[in-house]
Ligand binder design. Structure first.
Ligand code: NAD
Ligand code: WQD
Length: 342
């Protein structure tokens, strides 16, 4: 297949490119490097031992994107590009709506203009919001609590309407739970800008000595040990889910939302313990107040992913933590040279 990958230089995109290239697909990455580095793509080429085409551009640039579609003529799109920081989305809602929603509309317009009818979209479990029941299945009510989450839900709605209006159009909306981990080689991984918002990269930076201690956001939740519980999924399993989704597009009717998680959940303190085991380093922490907007527990019902795509997660917490440590210890400052340490 010829696959155009928006946001392919980012964390999840770069990990998906490796099996995509190894499976023999022809790939073009379209990315503006807003939150990523071209170095990730150089390493993807080495890991896959294949070349891939790259166009540097913004998904809101209709003219450039349209030219890219016209020359590459993709059969399908995997759409990762967008902004994803929940906290930042509260202070910059227009930026999130402009990049995520306007960018996705431009992308769908280019697909329509160029006869491309298949898309796999990076959605998020954050579209569910406060749980009525757990695990969340795909019929759970959708009540996102942030501009970021609402942008994801709006894009889901826009894509669904687009498939309804176009006979033959197919879309899979992958609702990721909490992606963590790295390629087992330690060559590519998650490289957040500045202070990490998410738990795993923060723990990794504490373990390597870049940060003093983890601040645990609350220990008074109704969970096993009082700290927040999440369904962490290895980015390698998540990468495979995208290949399964591409393979499934011609078997579905219109548009399907599919949870991508493991069906298991771990608390913050369980993650700290697992990381200490995997790295042999200690991860000091202190308990702070709850983080506004956090829910106590999230966990995926993964039955639909198995039934529709024949996909399920295979890797557990130990593999997630040791791959993250491999990446962090081999690249203490991520893709940046070490002198640029923050
Ligand atoms: P990331 O920030 O590492 O990757 C996003 C990529 O998109 C980057 O390469 C960035 O440069 C590019 N990009 C951003 N805005 C762009 C624009 N306007 N035009 C062109 N390129 C642009 O993030 P990620 O963790 O790899 O996430 C990928 C997708 O998955 C995002 O849509 C995100 O919302 C979604 N998602 C991520 C998580 C997570 O925890 N990582 C969870 C659920 C959903
Ligand atoms: C996990 C747990 C925190 C940091 C976010 C987005 C979601 C999706 C995945 C994009 C929680 C606790 C965290 C820290 C902590 N992304 N924590 N100290 O909030 O479940 O999900 O990323 O779509 O939309 O909301 O992930 O990694 O931030 O937090 O105690 O320094 O770790 O309270 O219980 P979250 P997270």
């Amino acid at each position: 297949m010829r696959v155009l990958v928006t946001g392919g230089a980012g964390y999840i995109g770069s990990h998906t490119l490796v099996p995509l290239l190894r499976a023999g697909h022809e790939v073009l990455v379209y990315d503006n490097y807003a939150t990523s580095s071209p170095e990730a793509l150089a390493r993807v080429r080495q890991l896959a031992n294949r070349d891939l085409a790259v166009v540097e551009g913004d998904i809101r640039d209709l003219a450039l994107l349209d030219r890219t579609f016209a020359s590459f003529r993709p059969d399908a799109v995997i759409h990762f590009a967008g902004l994803k920081a929940v906290g930042e989305s509260h202070s910059q809602p227009l930026e999130y709506y402009a990049q995520n929603i306007a960018g996705s509309i431009t992308l769908l317009q280019c697909m329509a203009q160029n006869g491309c009818t298949q898309i796999v979209f990076s959605s998020s479990a954050t579209v569910y919001g406060e749980p009525d029941y757990l695990p969340y299945d795909e019929h759970h009510p959708l009540r996102p609590q942030s501009p970021y989450g609402r942008s994801k839900l709006m894009i889901e709605t826009i894509i669904r309407d687009w498939t309804s209006a176009n006979a033959g159009a197919r879309a899979i909306l992958l609702r990721y739970f909490n992606p963590v981990g790295a390629h087992p080689s330690g060559r590519i991984g998650e490289d957040p800008l500045g202070t990490p918002n998410n738990l795993m990269p923060y723990i990794a930076q504490v373990a390597i000595g870049r940060r003093e201690a983890l601040l645990v956001h609350g220990d008074d939740y109704d969970t096993r040990d009082g700290t927040g519980e999440r369904d962490y999924i290895h980015v390698e399993d998540l990468a495979r889910a995208h290949l399964a989704a591409l393979d499934s597009l011609d078997r579905i009717d219109g548009c399907e939302a599919i949870n991508v998680g493991t069906g298991q959940s771990a608390t913050v303190l369980e993650m700290v313990a697992a990381f200490e085991r995997a790295s042999g380093r200690s991860v000091p922490y202190r308990i702070g107040p709850r983080r506004p907007g956090d829910v106590a527990r999230m966990c995926a019902d993964v039955a639909k992913a198995r039934a529709l795509m024949g996909w399920q997660a295979e890797l557990g917490l130990d593999a997630m933590c040791s791959a993250t440590w491999q990446w962090q210890s081999r690249n203490p400052t991520g893709y940046a040279p070490e002198v640029e340490r923050d």
